[in-house]
Write a protein that binds this ligand. Structure first.
Ligand code: NAP
Length: 237
């Protein structure tokens, strides 16, 4: 498999892409000439926002396998292939671990981990039957590299995404499918503002999306854990 990926003409499926980091990634990929499916829980805010020929907007939940499968089939039908999956949909709850009830941790684990598993399984079924380079790009978090207090369960799901991508990368090393995880730091989105009101984020969604695009094209290399650490990326420049 080549080192760099040409994005132009490729089809990307972005979960949770209706706002925040996912939406910024969708716009960056479109600018780079890709076709994009945004698969997100609510999409009414996207009315008239994006080029209809190059974009498919589908409302759905990553934890619902049937809706994921249908959305992927619709994507392939409209654009002819599925080349890049961006596992971006995510949720967080801020609470002390000892005060977290099982309903809350089930919710965070279901969306962030099981949701990503479901979407990846359904996407890989299609990708491995197609020719050409394919990429599964997970959006984890700096909290998955070093756990953060009050978001312990979220941190665990993000660490889970990192090691899961490594394991899957090894399982599928002889195929056309590559795995990368991008781990953003504090980014100015609704999620961050809701979790940490009044605190200052390090990055804009657009900055993070630039790193995601760079990681997808191969311009920004992941470390030996297959991770691109966004905070360090900007610190080291
Ligand atoms: N912002 C940060 O500081 C930061 C830092 C590190 C990592 N991240 C990660 O980056 C990703 C994007 O975060 P963000 O900050 O852009 O969050 P955000 O502003 O809350 O956006 C998340 C998007 O995902 C959608 N979504 C949530 N659950 C979903 C589900 N079950 N199925 C489909 N779509 C779903 C949301 O839709 P609804 O609102 O309609 O539910 C929303 O459009 C997440 O994985 C997050 O953990 C964020």
């Amino acid at each position: 498999m080549g080192e760099n990926m040409e994005i132009s003409g490729k089809t990307a499926f972005i979960t949770g892409g209706a706002r925040g980091i996912g939406f910024a990634v969708a716009k960056k990929f479109l600018e780079a000439g890709a076709k994009v499916t945004i698969f997100s829980k609510t999409t009414s805010n996207l009315e008239g926002e994006l080029d209809k020929d190059k974009t498919l907007i589908i409302e759905g939940d990553v934890t619902n396998r049937e809706s994921v499968r249908e959305a992927i089939a619709e994507t392939v039908q409209k654009f002819g292939s599925l080349d890049i999956l961006v596992n971006n949909a995510g949720v967080a709850k801020r609470e002390w671990f000892m005060e977290t009830d099982e309903k809350d941790w089930d919710f965070v684990i279901d969306v962030n981990l099981k949701g990503a598993f479901i979407v990846a399984q359904e996407a890989i079924k299609i990708m491995r039957e197609e020719k050409g380079e394919k990429l599964v790009l997970n959006i984890a978090s700096g909290a998955g590299i070093r756990g953060v207090d009050e978001i312990a369960v979220y941190s665990a799901t993000k660490a889970g995404m990192i090691v899961w991508a490594q394991a899957l990368g090894d399982e599928l090393k002889d195929t056309n499918i590559k795995f990368i995880t991008v781990a953003p730091g504090a980014t100015d989105t609704k999620m961050f503002r809701d979790l940490f009101p009044g605190e200052k984020p390090y990055n804009t969604s657009e900055e993070v999306a630039g790193v995601v695009l760079g990681a997808a094209t191969g311009e920004i290399k992941p470390d030996e854990r297959l991770v691109v650490d966004v905070f360090r990326h900007f610190q080291n420049r």
